[in-house]
Design a binder for this molecule. Structure first.
Ligand SMILES: [Zn+2]
Ligand SMILES: [Zn+2]
Length: 545
């Protein structure tokens, strides 16, 4: 043991002597040819990695000797440090992130080497055997610990659908590709390979990312500058990125437009003296102010689509679709989310021939017209979820019978839900039914094993006024009908003078009375519909007063 230690110490001392003899003369670096500079950069990184491997192995050894189960007998605590991480930070002057990466990398290398434990003599099997090819590449000086970090994070571990062998194949591929990728690209590539083998995990991953979303306000500093930090899941980021690009891209050398108006607008932005960051700041404030000023009763989002999602139609129709966000395709979108987007948005079919050449774009199916949404806003008065008070402008029109399962885009089949409740309904498998008494929300089995329907009363006071008005009309109409029937009976009495004529007349009168009743009902139905639209004008006062 002693000789091993002395050997390593001597080697390191020799390394230091050698390294300190290496030139740091700036003028010599200036004099390098381009080719030599390139070569030297690559060789120097190699040298750095050799040193890094030793640093990583040392860090892992510190961690092993400071294992939590050793308590105060552990190395770090014996030397007065709380944790091995603290010990590394203080003795080597690196950040916590760097120290953690060194420990993790060293542990992976140690496990891959399969060295028996000095006390028990047991060779512990590696905890993440699929990272073996990465460990080999690190040991050979071809990959860094940071690269291992993003690969580990991207690939994660095995699951019901993902085997160790599948992960191993991904790791091999990443090692082969790593030389041509930046660390960020490598991380994204690892995530995308994992997604490819783990389609079942898409919804779960999506939910995890969604739960991490957040907008954090950091109060003004001493000078008065406030900061906003917005962590966005892909679905939030996609439209924000599109808006950001629209506000700033002409400044950053964006596309030339064929449309003269759009080009003029782009030129005006390019000529603006503001920086892209200033333009974005002013633009977003403007958008938010415009949104805050909008009438609560007016449904927003009637403009063209700003973010496109794509999915294979047959897979979507049978419930196994994997969606892609245009411009951010590496992050797949779950079937549940696609169903919700289709439910509230517009879809277009892109037709390919058998050689997969796009040949046509089918007609745009815009779901729920502006007029239909106006009617829904008048009827529902906002999100219909029990207890929710979001006004119509915050809602999306949901198809009660799902659109892709043949549900029609009719007012009858529509209901307004805010984004949050729309999301909850699709992702957690709630459903809605309608009967003579109104709308009912049916919880999923995991929320209520008996699935007792919950009433969904309208939030629209105007609609309730209309309902009262209709009931009044119906009551009046019933009185009229009764009076008419009584009169008809009298006339039949007179007609009994001739038996045959009486029978004919009676039949005729009965039919006529039924027809009059039908016509009256029809007239009522039509009246109700017209009144709903007409009553819109008095709605804002009704609802906000
Ligand atoms: Zn929906
Ligand atoms: Zn709601």
């Amino acid at each position: 043991m002693e000789s091993v230690g002395i050997g390593l110490l001597e080697e390191t001392a020799a390394g230091i002597t050698h390294a300190s003899g290496m030139s740091t003369d700036v003028s010599r670096f200036r004099a390098l040819s381009d080719v030599d500079l390139q070569t030297l950069l690559a060789r120097h990184a190699e040298l750095g990695r050799i040193h890094q491997i030793r640093g990583n192995l040392l860090a892992a050894e510190v961690a092993r000797r400071s294992a939590p189960e050793l308590g105060s007998a552990g190395l770090a605590q014996k030397l007065g440090h709380r944790t091995p991480l603290d010990m590394l930070k203080k003795t080597t002057g690196v950040s916590g992130f760097t120290a953690k990466t060194a420990i993790d990398t060293g542990q992976t290398l140690t496990e891959a080497a399969g060295i028996p434990d000095p006390i028990t003599g047991v060779v512990e099997p590696p905890r993440e055997p699929w990272l073996h090819p990465v460990a080999v590449a690190i040991a050979a000086g071809r990959l860094s610990g940071e690269q291992l970090g993003v690969i580990r994070k991207g690939l994660r571990g095995p699951s019901a659908q993902v085997t160790i062998d599948m992960l191993l194949a991904c790791a091999e591929q990443l090692v082969a590709e790593a030389a041509d990728l930046t660390i960020d690209q490598l991380g994204r590539r690892a995530i995308s390979l994992r997604n490819e083998i783990d389609t079942a995990g898409i919804a779960e991953r999506e939910a995890r990312m969604r739960s991490m979303r957040g907008l954090r306000w950091i109060p003004a500093d001493a000078e008065g500058m406030a900061t906003l930090i917005w962590k966005m899941d892909p679905e939030t980021a996609a439209p924000m990125k599109e808006l950001y690009d629209r506000l700033t891209s002409p400044k950053r050398g964006g596309p030339r437009f064929v449309d003269a108006d759009r080009q003029a607008q782009a030129d005006a932005i390019a000529d603006d003296d503001r920086t892209p960051e200033q333009l974005a700041s002013d633009g977003f404030l403007h958008l938010l102010e415009a949104g805050a000023d909008a009438d609560d009763q007016h449904l927003l989002g009637s403009g063209g689509p700003i973010v496109k999602y794509t999915v294979v139609k047959d897979e979507f129709d049978n419930g196994t679709g994997i969606g892609r966000i245009e411009g951010a395709e590496a992050t797949p979108v779950s079937q549940e989310t696609l169903e919700r987007l289709v439910c509230g948005g517009a879809t277009e079919e892109i037709i390919f021939d058998k050689d997969l050449n796009p040949i046509d774009v089918g007609k745009l199916m815009r779901l729920y017209s502006k007029k239909q949404k106006t009617a829904l806003a008048a009827r529902d008065g906002g999100c219909m979820w029990p207890g929710c008070d979001r006004p119509p402008s915050w809602t999306e029109a949901h198809h009660i019978d799902h659109h892709h399962k043949g549900g029609k885009t009719t007012i009858e089949n529509g209901i307004l839900l805010c984004r949050f409740h729309h999301l909850l309904l699709h992702n957690n498998l709630w459903s809605i039914t309608r009967d003579l008494f109104g709308w009912w929300l049916i919880p999923p089995v995991d929320v209520d094993p008996n699935q007792v329907p919950r009433p969904m009363p309208t939030k629209s006071l105007a609609w309730k006024d209309l309902e009262r008005h209709r009931d009044q009309l119906q009551e009046n109409s019933a009185h009229d009908a009764e009076a008419e029937r009584a009169e008809g009976a009298t006339r039949t009495e007179e007609a009994r003078l001739t038996e045959q004529a009486a029978r004919t007349e009676k039949t005729r009168r009965t039919d006529q009375a039924a027809q009059t009743e039908d016509a009256r009902q029809e007239e009522l139905a039509e009246l109700a519909m017209i009144a709903i639209l007409a009553s819109l004008e008095r709605m804002p006062a009704q609802l906000t007063g």
